[in-house]
Design a protein around this ligand. Structure first.
Ligand SMILES: Nc1nc2c(ncn2[C@@H]2O[C@H](COP(=O)(O)OP(=O)(O)OP(=O)(O)O)[C@@H](O)[C@H]2O)c(=O)[nH]1
Ligand SMILES: [Mg+2]
Length: 562
């Protein structure tokens, strides 16, 4: 046995490549976390390899860690069955001249069959194709291979499609693969492009043997081996052990046997295989998450385009204008000249026309909160499309640095509650305290003054009327006090009327100013209410998707840590 080759085998199968089972289990748990985070967010088809891995690895690890499942794979006639029989030292798998010979996998277990039964059931090798090498019968010769489960596979380049499917299925399950090539077909395109190249992440659990070495002139062997090594390097399998074997000569498989003994003793192949599988899956998933997770949903502040569009769709400007109008209307009704106040009451209150304030009590009754609460005009087509664009813009910005699949998930989430928005906005407007519930104290004071001066005028009028009546009936006239030259009743009447007009006139600019302030206050409260609706219906769903992406991103980082 060439010490050079054994050294390489040892290096590949042992040196620095040990897989800690706990670390592997943690990596698999991370892949599972990735799948949970991605569930419902990414297309299922992109997650199939990861699901397959999680399921297969879980089963493989639960079955038996003491066994190493090794498969002999290769083209028809390369000598797989011959090597299988040579290693087992029995004619277990028929070797044939008619090609292809082996149609279904055969298995040989070294050691008691009991422990390997469930493993073999899992691989699907039929009971009649299972064989056992018990060391009790063989003496100590075979004990070094205890724990080996060797599979002889059908040919992968078969004319029989079923062979190929069987090979693909088993290559997904086994712990170590021995690729058997022969001097005639070692450069065949199929083995390299369809299999070896695909296996580059499993080079820790890959072995290549050039069988039928006896068919080559001894001087040719090194040249063919060097050529094959070059092809393997091109396949990305540099460093993979490459052995020459002769199945028909018991001395021609010594190196292979030694390598298998070492592999079985190490009990690392299953772990190395699964670690390679995790590497493959992680590499495949890498493009499904961003390089760095986005910090959050950008531009969700009160002045954002979304909030402006929401305010437009909710009719906030119309409501704010109605608040200003209602303030003036109500202020005039309280502080205006009492003799014309009744007139004003006949004119409708601009807020009541919108059925505002709407339902009180914050929508405790779900039935009530389901019906449109206000008569604020429905959003126009332009407002609806502006809202659609603003929602789209939030999604675009949030998903800008994400891979396509997540960006799509973000857009879907942003639009997911768009249908609920009109009602939610209407309810939010209806339930907003517009600040007009209480009459300001100064209205009452001014109103009181208006009543006083009006009463003075009425008193003056009554006094004057009484004087005229007495005079008309010829009764003694009243002794009217005078203010300067003017009789008091006249002063009361004219002064009262004049004061009423003056108070009304001087109050008007104050009312206008206060109405504008009331409008500003209402606008702020409405903006807050409408912004909260936007948060709940647009920003939160987007944030939830970003959180899922963050979890997936972290899980993938954990899964990659080897
Ligand atoms: N000279 C020589 N002949 C071999 C060697 N290995 C296999 N053969 C012969 O090659 C032929 C095919 O061998 P098999 O072991 O049936 O090949 P296989 O890879 O199992 O073929 P399939 O089952 O069809 O996939 C048989 O005639 C073997 O005797 C070898 O190392 N040297
Ligand atoms: Mg065969």
């Amino acid at each position: 046995m060439s010490p050079n080759i054994v050294g390489r085998v040892r290096e590949a199968l042992r040196g620095g490549q040990r897989v800690d089972p706990d670390a592997l289990i943690a990596r698999l748990a991370a892949v599972r976390r990735f799948l949970e985070a991605a569930d419902g967010q990414l297309p299922d088809t992109q997650l199939v390899p990861a699901h397959t891995l999680v399921e297969r690895a879980g089963t493989r690890l639960s079955l038996s860690r003491d066994h190493t499942v090794v498969a002999l794979a290769g083209a028809t006639g390369s000598g797989k069955s011959s090597l299988f029989n040579a290693l087992a030292r029995f004619e277990l798998s028929p070797v044939g001249v008619r090609r292809p010979t082996t149609g279904v996998a055969h298995a040989c277990v070294w050691g008691p069959l009991d422990g390997a039964t469930r493993l073999l059931d899992w691989t699907g090798v039929l009971p009649r194709h299972r064989f056992v090498r018990e060391s009790a019968l063989d003496g100590d010769d075979e004990s070094a291979l205890h724990g080996l489960v060797l599979l002889d596979l059908p040919d992968f380049d078969s004319v029989q499609r079923s062979h190929r499917l069987e090979v693909d299925r088993l290559l997904g399950l086994v712990d170590l693969v021995i690729w058997v090539v022969d001097p005639q077909k070692y450069a065949d395109r199929v083995v390299h492009s369809s299999y070896l190249r695909e296996f580059h992440r499993h080079r820790d659990v890959t072995l290549v043997v050039l069988n039928q070495a006896d068919r080559l002139p001894p001087a040719e062997l090194p040249r063919v081996l060097a050529d094959l090594r070059r092809l393997l390097d091109a396949d990305g399998l540099d460093g993979v052990p490459l052995l020459a074997t002769t199945a028909v000569d018991p001395g021609g498989i010594t190196e292979l046997r030694a390598t298998l003994e070492r592999t079985v003793a190490e009990r690392q192949a299953a772990l190395l295989r699964l670690a390679g599988d995790v590497d493959t899956v992680v590499a495949g998933l890498a493009e499904l998450v961003a390089a760095e997770p986005p910090a959050g949903v950008p531009d969700a502040g009160p002045a954002s385009g979304l909030n402006r569009a929401l305010a437009g769709a909710a009719g906030v400007p119309a409501v704010a204008e109605a608040v200003e109008g209602a303030y003036r209307h109500r202020a005039a009704a309280s502080t205006g000249w009492p003799l014309v106040r009744g007139w004003r009451r006949l004119r409708p209150d601009p807020l009541r026309r919108l059925h505002l304030p709407g339902p009180t009590g914050g929508g405790d009754d779900p039935a009530e909160s389901l019906v449109a609460a206000t008569s604020v005009p429905d959003p126009t087509a332009a407002q609806r499309s502006a809202l659609g664009l603003a929602v789209r813009a939030v999604a675009d910005r949030a998903g800008a640095d994400l891979p396509d699949a997540w960006a799509t998930a973000v857009t879907t989430a942003a639009r997911s509650r768009l249908g609920d928005l009109p009602d939610a906005l209407d309810r939010a407007v209806a339930q907003t305290d517009l600040g007009l519930d209480r009459r300001p104290a100064w209205w009452r004071i001014v109103g009181g003054v208006q009543w006083l001066v009006t009463l003075a005028a009425v008193a003056g009028l009554g006094w004057l009327a009484l004087g005229y009546a007495l005079r008309a009936l010829g009764l003694p006239a009243l002794d009217n006090p005078r203010v300067g030259e003017v009789p008091l009743p006249t002063v009361l009447l004219l002064g009262g009327l004049l004061a009423g007009l003056l108070v009304a006139a001087s109050t008007r600019p104050v009312v206008r100013w206060a109405a504008r302030r009331a409008r500003g206050r209402a606008e702020k409260r409405l903006a807050l209410a409408v912004g909260a609706v936007g948060q709940e219906h647009v920003v939160e769903p987007v944030r939830a998707v970003l959180a899922r992406h963050g979890q997936a991103w972290q899980a993938l980082r954990d899964a990659a840590g080897r």
